[in-house]
Design a protein around this ligand. Sequence first.
Ligand SMILES: *[C@@H]1O[C@H](CO)[C@@H](O)[C@H](O)[C@H]1NC(C)=O
Ligand SMILES: *[C@@H]1O[C@H](CO)[C@@H](O)[C@H](O)[C@H]1NC(C)=O
Ligand SMILES: *[C@@H]1O[C@H](CO)[C@@H](O)[C@H](O)[C@H]1NC(C)=O
Ligand SMILES: [Zn+2]
Length: 418
Amino acid sequence: MMTVDFGWPFRLFLLPSAIIFSAVLCAHSLYKNRYVDLWQPNSVSLIGWNATVDVHMKRRDTQRLHAALKQERIKYSVFISNLQQEIEKQTRLRSSRKRRSESQYDYEIYHSLEEIQRWMFEMNTTHSDLLNMFSIGKSYEGRPLYVLQLGKRSRAQKKAVWIDCGVHAREWIGPAFCQWFVKEALNLYRYDTAMRRLLNQLNFYIMPVFNVDGYHFSWTTDRFWRKTRSKNGKFHCRGVDANRNWKVKWCEEGASSHPCDDTYCGPNPKSEPEVRAVVKFLRKHKKRVKAYISVHAYAQMLLYPYSYKYAAIPNFNCVESAAHNAVKALYSAYGVKYRYGPASTTLYVSSGSSIDWAYRNGIPYAFAFELRDTGYFGFLLPETLINPTCNETMRAVKAIALGLLKKCHTDTDAFPYI
Ligand SMILES: *[C@@H]1O[C@H](CO)[C@@H](O)[C@H](O)[C@H]1NC(C)=O
Ligand SMILES: *[C@@H]1O[C@H](CO)[C@@H](O)[C@H](O)[C@H]1NC(C)=O
Ligand SMILES: *[C@@H]1O[C@H](CO)[C@@H](O)[C@H](O)[C@H]1NC(C)=O
Ligand SMILES: [Zn+2]
């Protein structure tokens, strides 16, 4: 049905702990000339002493790195030696994966944007009692930005939880999780008392693919595309990092002002129509939205504000205990360990992030998940791991949502100013 020609045989290297400073410089020159695509961390400025670095590059450029690493005596391993083959595993056989109805939708494979949208329409028709689909705006390339409202209809004002997936195009496990969440929630509603309580007392707003243009592009052209697809006046490079484009300490530390960088903050705050649409929606519902959850990959972490500075948030004890419970619930499924804490200290400093924006705008619980894994498969998490990854994440999100039904005492006077 769809031919996907990526055209580049890629390799992935991991440089484990004994990295020395010259490696950073070495990576610098390669990076500056755009011979490498950094997977983790996503900017050269974040490579420190003893850091673990995941990079991806064209096969023809590996010789140079080989030589440089050997000279510097830096240890490394090749995790994926034929990236092309791994990519094709996740995109081929689309047409043979037929399905006749929503009940046969395969949640354990990655789906293209068209498939996900078709699925949303179907869910909207077959589950109109608990689910309602609507659009909050249009993307740069004119695609509708769909959101699913999930919860029992009620005349009373219900608290709400926002969940977005696919802010970064190449993190395919995100949209897979959002779909899983909807399916599981509807399923569990029938017999799981906790889920019944959640859907009766809360509304979930779920945006399965935030960066629709980028996600589409990652399917058709560049599997490792991260940003949006907007054009920049003078530069040939396209796209803005949709998690550096929010109006909170915009374009300061941990964001790049260069349009060719993966962490480009954009020409202005909220320059991206996708960010603007979500801002508008959350502002409109700010009184009700008590939790903002953004689903990313990969690192196995649960992060909360601040991203932009090393400081504790005013309601730290409530948020910290929610994160602790979420990570514990996640661990209970398969023993997978997640680190958790403020994004700045747990991952790295970044400015203009969505969780900082949500928090500043009065949403007391703002989280970013970095799902599996820690670098073995990276963005190419195999489809066989969709089920366990979503299962454990579901437990964590449930724990956060159940926490909202209880009171947590915090110093509200100091909230939400930062
Ligand atoms: C790097 O790691 C090694 C071994 O774990 C340790 O001995 C060394 O002190 C570390 N260096 C720095 C600068 O953190
Ligand atoms: C979802 O279904 C409702 C009717 O239940 C309909 O009014 C609405 O337009 C549908 N949403 C979309 C995006 O088609
Ligand atoms: C997770 O997996 C366990 C064990 O296979 C199963 O019992 C449970 O129903 C699953 N839960 C979810 C939310 O998928
Ligand atoms: Zn991400």
